[in-house]
Design a protein around this ligand. Structure first.
Ligand SMILES: Nc1ncnc2c1ncn2[C@@H]1O[C@H](COP(=O)(O)OP(=O)(O)OP(=O)(O)O)[C@@H](O)[C@H]1O
Length: 285
């Protein structure tokens, strides 16, 4: 299922925070939303899982405006891992994941064997099968994250909307999650702060800055040193990952562009390299 967002505008209490946003995730594609804090990533994603109603523009699922679908129909197509993760469910892990089956049930209907299978499979996919009897509220942040991802998988959606799914995850679980997303082959809209993760997992990236999309395309074309300087204010080299061939961003961690530790103009162009920094210039004063 394809997702198109057209000329989207969203406001909180009358204050426009997103405007004129157009982006897409083609069928089966992983589309990443990246951008600085407050650039509007979560706000855009919230309109796709209908937590927020746009003030302008529209969200289309295979050409159908979301507003033409009931919330229950939408929930059969779209599952979300929102940024608001909750934590006080007095439910077991299995019960939280089983909530993903709700859009397929009549009111008050229990789980049937197919539901139980789907839930068990989803728990196994995120490596939480052995913890299925634990209370959700007693889990660590990363464990909760994986359970909520399993709930989204159990919903068996055409479209996954994931807001910072790698938050709280250790590096092994980050790698596992990204591999899961690749293997799931579902249309996915995902916001990521980790640009190297985004470069490796996303087929397409949309860069948000101050509530607008400023670049879209394959990671290799989008993640240039110039864009990283302009949008994120950081100096970085973009090289080729020695193991995978993906773009690999090597940040200059010593200071932002224009900061006390700036070493010069950002480099320009795909895979262009900044001038190497002589060691004595990088030393602390
Ligand atoms: N519930 C809200 N009420 C009012 N303003 C909000 C609300 N949620 C977000 N905003 C504002 O909307 C803007 C966009 O926020 P949003 O959370 O979409 O950005 P983001 O790119 O997801 O940020 P981050 O990377 O920090 O998660 C920000 O200025 C933020 O302060």
């Amino acid at each position: 299922m394809r997702v198109d967002i057209e000329d989207l505008g969203v406001a909180y209490a009358g204050r426009a925070v997103v405007s004129g946003v157009g982006l897409l995730a083609a069928d089966g594609e992983i589309a990443g939303l990246v951008g600085p804090n407050g650039s509007g990533k979560s706000t855009v994603l919230r309109t796709v899982y209908r937590h927020l109603r746009p003030v302008a523009g529209r969200v289309l699922l295979d050409g159908t405006d979301l507003r033409e679908l009931s919330p229950a129909r939408t929930a059969r197509h779209v599952a979300a891992l929102p940024q608001e993760r909750g934590g006080d469910f007095e439910l077991t892990v299995r019960e939280v994941v089983a909530m993903g089956r709700t859009p397929y049930k009549r009111a008050f209907a229990g789980d049937d064997a197919a539901d139980r299978d789907t839930v068990a499979r989803a728990l196994a996919e995120v490596g939480m099968a052995e913890q299925s009897g634990r209370r959700f509220s007693a889990l660590s942040g990363g464990e909760r994250q994986r359970v909520l991802l399993a709930r989204a998988f159990a919903q068996d959606p055409d479209v996954l909307v994931l807001d910072e799914p790698t938050n709280h995850l250790d590096v092994r679980h980050q790698v596992d999650l990204l591999a899961l997303l690749r293997a799931a082959r579902r249309t996915t809209l995902v916001s990521l702060h980790d640009l190297n993760a985004a470069a490796s997992v996303c087929d397409r990236l949309h860069v948000l800055h101050a509530g607008s999309v400023v670049a879209s395309g394959p990671p290799r074309e989008v993640l240039t040193p110039e864009l990283l300087a302009d949008v994120f204010g950081v100096r970085a080299a973009v090289v080729e990952h020695p193991l995978t061939g993906d773009p690999l961003i090597a940040f200059d961690q010593r200071g932002p562009v224009g900061g006390d530790f700036d070493h010069g103009e950002p480099a320009r162009g795909d895979f262009d390299q900044p001038e190497p920094v002589p060691p004595e210039r990088g030393a602390n004063p």
